[in-house]
Design a protein around this ligand. Structure first.
Ligand code: PLP
Length: 342
């Protein structure tokens, strides 16, 4: 099977498994896991923040950050297709008691001037307190879209002017940085805190990192314990993360090239509509315009030929490239699609 459903389906490479096997470990709840400590230092340095913490998943990283940054009743400004709003089981309301002010973005990217307009008047006690501006970079449902650096800089300016914090759901932050050819610190200088997932395009089996000031990470650490996320010999997992950061970052560019190649090929098919220009990283979306077909039909025809993709809705499909899919696989997918749909 060529699995294009998500970049979370990657399996550890032999090199990664060897690194995991050799890891030095200790009880991380006692702060004694040397490999977890090393990973945390490495990520803090990579992202130019005082500290970082290993957590179980991107969802946990988002939820702990939300809890650590806010008080119940606070309002968060975010894009309406954000992962935290749509795909985290209502965690913001359940675990932090916050409310969301949703704005429509351009493929997920927020316009700073629109953010500024919806910040609440803090002198009016009728209003919820706006606390945080939440950006998602790359934006998953936006099609892996990349925030331009100047937009993040401007969002940060608006935030500071209004005494607000900026948080980045950077599950795929390194895809964004590689796509722009910039150091990730170019982004993180404009956010108070960020996350980074090790288990997506980077290919680790488990884990995400939260990064920010020492004070913030200390709060995140407390909530990680409270929410049951304190784990013991996590060095085996941290070793996979270190290996991923050492070996799998630069190669994200290959995933972007493969996604672009697939998008361009699909744009030639009569049954589908896609503008390859809209897809800068490893996620592509295409619409079904052919008669007598819907997502279910397309997904099932491709599955019969050994290709897995995800339906987004009745008339649109998502495909994601990653470490487990190479250039030849993409050419094979294109030739299968040509036979089925062109
Ligand atoms: C932007 C974004 N944030 C957070 C997550 C959550 O990550 P996890 O699946 O590790 O909980 C995802 C997952 O796809 C995501 O795309």
């Amino acid at each position: 099977m060529i699995d294009l459903r998500s970049d979370t389906v990657t399996k550890p490479t032999r090199g990664m498994l060897e690194a995991m096997f050799k890891a030095e470990v200790g009880d991380d709840v006692f702060g004694e896991d040397p490999t977890a400590n090393l990973l945390q230092e490495k990520v803090a340095k990579l992202l130019g923040k005082e500290d970082s913490l290993f957590v179980a998943s991107g969802t946990m990283a988002n939820q702990l950050s939300l809890r650590a940054h806010t008080q119940p009743g606070d309002e968060i400004i975010l894009e309406r297709n954000s992962h935290v709003f749509n795909s985290e089981s209502g965690g913001g309301a359940a675990l932090s008691g916050v409310q969301f002010y949703l704005l429509e973005g351009d493929r997920g990217v927020l316009d700073p001037s629109r953010i500024e307009k919806v910040i609440r008047d803090s002198s009016d006690h009728h209003r919820p307190a706006t606390r945080l501006i939440w950006i998602e970079n790359t934006h998953n449902r936006g099609g892996g879209s990349v925030y331009p650096l100047e937009v993040v800089k401007e969002i940060f300016r608006v935030a500071r002017k209004n005494n607000l914090l900026v948080y980045m759901d950077g599950a795929r932050l390194l895809n964004a940085a590689i796509s722009l050819g910039v150091d990730p610190k170019e982004y993180t200088q404009y956010v108070d805190s960020t996350i980074l997932c090790l288990s997506k395009g980077l290919g680790a089996p488990v884990g995400s990192m939260v990064a920010g000031s020492s004070e913030f990470i200390n709060r995140v650490h407390r909530f990680r314990k409270m929410f049951g996320g304190g784990m013991r010999q996590i060095g085996y997992l941290a070793a996979a993360g270190i290996y991923a950061l050492d070996h799998h970052v630069e190669r994200l560019a290959e995933d972007h090239t493969n996604a672009k190649r697939l998008a361009e090929a699909i744009s030639e098919f009569k049954s589908f509509k896609i503008d390859p220009k809209n897809f800068q990283t490893n996620i592509i979306h295409f619409e079904i315009i052919g008669q007598g077909m819907d997502s279910k039909v397309v997904v099932s025809k491709l599955k019969d030929k050994g290709v897995l993709v995800l339906p987004r809705d009745d008339r649109s499909i998502r495909a994601v490239t990653h470490l487990g899919v190479d250039k030849d696989d993409i050419e094979e997918v294109i030739s299968i699609m040509k036979k089925l749909f062109s």
